[in-house]
Write a protein that binds this ligand. Structure first.
Ligand SMILES: *Cc1c(COP(=O)(O)O)cnc(C)c1O
Length: 369
């Protein structure tokens, strides 16, 4: 039997009764939009993130767009982010009419390099979006320091980092604004699209709540123009059930990573993840680097290990960002990772047998691919 990158069925089976009961309750109440399921989840998720406020949204992408709106990003402004991320991080910048700039990553954490950030700041820079990639927090202290010096808003893209810590602080509570995705395959995943923002300030929390709901508090009184970016009640109910298990699942992800670390340690050509000393990684993905990546991936997949690539073409080399005029070689650490990365199956329900099969198959791939 093939070993998938993530096994959503295994997880559903383990919590089926709780999930089915939560969904049935919503169906029976027919309270599909807003209400207690949403506000309960927002409260619990804020507590989990050790943030003051959480606001549910329709997706992680919607949360990112709202974060930029909260920071008042508009035409003529620049937003700095990384190139090795999912396109959502960058594409929302355009929705605000602003220009995106992409900087290189640190070759160990795979997250934004604070020195590269400092060099990219101009007098138009209004926001910085570091991404906690694969579940490893970005180096937030220097980033916040640089941002503070220039009066720039920092938005943590925490879509891959539910529960991760940086110098003891939870992802989502480090900067003033953070965004999360609950896409089904994320560490905390809904059964459809969903997302959230976490925030430290009440004013900003109120603003994004209003923007996400057509710019209103009361049914027919619109204070500003907004969007329909609300979190769906069924998804909120699913997420509330799953939030009760996230600590245990994160612990299991760490155990999986520790086993991979042990079993793959003697593979000289394979670079394993190496979390920085001041972080608690949550292993959304366990990403290794190998020299002949495409052949190794093909070998793994042919032998039932459904490895995937995150991400094989960095954003600055995508057709969608051709207008940035960034040539191959412009972000060396990003391009090295993109050329060499392979995501091994990473999910809490992986069995010891599956883990050792993945390790054995990777060892064979390094010899035979
Ligand atoms: C998944 C993801 C998003 C987008 O979230 P959606 O819920 O799919 O809109 C944004 N940023 C990163 C880093 C992601 O991994």
């Amino acid at each position: 039997m093939a070993i998938p990158l993530v096994d959503l069925k295994a997880q559903y089976r383990s919590i089926k009764e709780q999930i089915d009961a939560a969904i049935t309750e919503i169906l029976e109440n027919t309270s599909f939009i807003g209400g207690k399921p949403v506000s309960d989840f927002e409260k619990d998720f804020a507590t989990y993130c050790e943030a003051n406020y959480a606001v549910g949204t329709a997706s992680g992408t919607a949360a990112l767009h709202l974060a930029l709106c909260a920071a008042d990003i508009k035409a003529g402004d620049e937003v700095i982010t990384v190139s090795q991320t999912f396109i959502a991080t960058a594409e929302v910048v355009k929705l605000c009419g602003a220009a995106v700039r992409m900087v290189d990553i640190d070759p160990q954490s795979y997250c934004m390099d604070p020195d590269a950030l400092e060099d990219a700041i101009t007098d138009r820079t209004r926001a910085i979006i570091p991404v906690h990639l694969y579940g490893h927090p970005a180096d937030m202290d220097p980033i916040l320091k640089i941002a503070g010096k220039h009066g720039i808003t920092v938005i943590e893209d925490s879509a891959q980092a539910h529960g991760a810590r940086y110098n003891g602080r939870r992802a989502g509570s480090i900067a003033e604004i953070a965004t999360f995705s609950f896409y089904p395959g994320k560490n905390l995943g809904a059964y459809g699209d969903a997302g959230a923002l976490t925030l430290s300030g009440k004013e900003t929390a109120d603003k994004v709540t209003m923007l996400a709901n057509h710019g209103r508090w009361l049914k027919y009184k619109h204070l500003i123009e907004g969007f329909n970016y609300r979190l769906d009640a069924i998804q909120a109910a699913v997420l509330s059930v799953k939030l009760r298990h996230i600590e245990e699942w994160t612990e299991k992800r760490r155990q999986v990573a520790a086993r991979y670390d042990e079993l793959l340690a003697d593979l000289e050509e394979v670079t394993l993840p190496k979390p920085k000393a001041n972080v608690e990684h949550v292993y959304h993905l366990y990403v290794v680097q190998v020299p002949n990546r495409d052949k190794v991936t093909e070998y793994l997949r042919e032998h039932g290990v459904m490895a995937q690539l995150h991400y094989p073409i960095p954003l600055h080399l995508q057709p969608a960002y051709e207008h940035l005029g960034m040539k191959p070689g412009s972000l060396p650490a990003t391009e090295t990772l993109a050329d060499r990365c392979i995501s091994l199956p990473t999910f809490p329900e992986l069995t010891e047998e599956q883990i050792s099969t993945v390790a054995k198959t990777l060892k064979a791939a390094m010899v035979n691919a």
